[in-house]
Design a protein around this ligand. Structure first.
Ligand SMILES: *[C@@H]1O[C@H](CO)[C@@H](O)[C@H](O)[C@H]1NC(C)=O
Length: 306
């Protein structure tokens, strides 16, 4: 292509997109109609997974719930029916096991049909200093927080590609954008999830599958129990998020085809700063924000239940 013409086009389009972004800061974006879509949520038996299921249900979707906790899932199934789900199916699935993911995925395709909205939400956290973290837990963290995403995409993406229709939702973490002491394996797994989701999003665009939308969610700690005991130093700038708030924001992002969702809003600024500040100043600010101590009083969910 002609260098001059291509450059001119990019300049004009840049102006157009900037204006568009500016306009949309003032007027709300149109929400898409997801009524009748088949939504699969991993880790739907508790926490943010359950709340998202309820939000999706209220839009008249068909829900497919996955979890390793049968009782939690049954409870979610009951709740989503009350919220107006068109139908609800639930399956026991250990997302750390590739063969099980493939097996249950086949069962879903047979019994429910093609999944059109895939929400990779299941996650675990070790919460120990790296040298204290058992190898088995480090592996599990990678298997659930990152690799399960590979296998679910492998299972459900082909139908989305064939229809050029679908939505891939990745519940990652702000720990997938910034390293945190005491969360090395978790951060590694979430950085992996972020890189994967972003790359697949680009791959869809580059191959002309623009009907497949992606939403990458990077929240700070959400108060669901998973990170019980963790502290934020300046709750005004970096509040621990309320689960209901987070679930509503995620739904809004999906309905408006928002590609990136960072929460709280200050995360956009913090991530930007991290990439442009001199290193020592970045670390100083990290210390000031409490990043050295987030995990000091970590209790977590499993420990609490014992
Ligand atoms: C949304 O889509 C469903 C089925 O595709 C349709 O029945 C319904 O009327 C639509 N709702 C709106 C508000 O357009």
């Amino acid at each position: 292509m002609n260098f001059f013409l291509e450059t001119l086009m990019v300049l004009l389009m840049s102006i157009w997109y900037t204006l568009e972004a500016l306009v949309y800061t003032f007027i709300p974006r149109r929400k898409k109609n997801i009524s009748g879509e088949v939504v699969l949520i991993t880790g739907a038996g508790s926490g943010i997974g359950r709340l998202m299921a309820q939000e999706f249900a209220s839009h008249g979707t068909v829900l497919v719930l996955w979890d390793i906790n049968q009782d939690g899932m049954k409870e979610t199934a009951k709740l989503v029916k009350e919220c107006g789900a068109r139908k609800v199916h639930y399956y026991l699935c250990d997302c750390s096991d590739r063969n099980e993911v493939y097996r249950v995925a086949e069962q879903v395709k047979r019994e429910v049909g093609d999944v059109s909205i895939l929400v990779n939400n299941a996650g675990i956290v070790t919460g120990k200093k790296f040298m204290d973290a058992p190898d088995s837990l480090i592996e599990k963290t990678m298997e659930i927080n990152t690799m399960a995403h590979f296998w679910t995409y492998k299972a459900f993406l082909p139908a989305m590609i064939a229809n050029n229709h679908g939505h891939l939702v990745s519940i990652a973490s702000s720990a997938g954008l910034v390293g945190v002491t005491g969360l090395a394996d978790y951060c590694a797994s979430k950085f992996g999830a972020v890189g994967f989701a972003e790359s697949i999003g680009l791959e869809m665009l580059a191959t002309g599958k623009d009907g497949i939308k992606t939403t990458l969610v990077c929240p700070f700690f959400i108060n669901t129990g998973m990170f019980d005991g963790c502290q934020t130093k300046w709750p005004t700038i970096m509040p621990i998020l309320k689960p209901e708030y987070a679930a509503k924001k995620i739904l809004h992002a999906v309905l408006t085809d928002q590609t990136y969702l960072l929460m709280p809003k200050s995360m956009y600024f913090i991530v930007g700063l991290k990439n442009i500040l001199p290193t020592k100043m970045g670390i100083l600010l990290g210390w000031y924000m409490g990043a050295f101590n987030f995990m000091d009083k970590f209790i977590g969910r499993n420990q609490k239940q014992k």
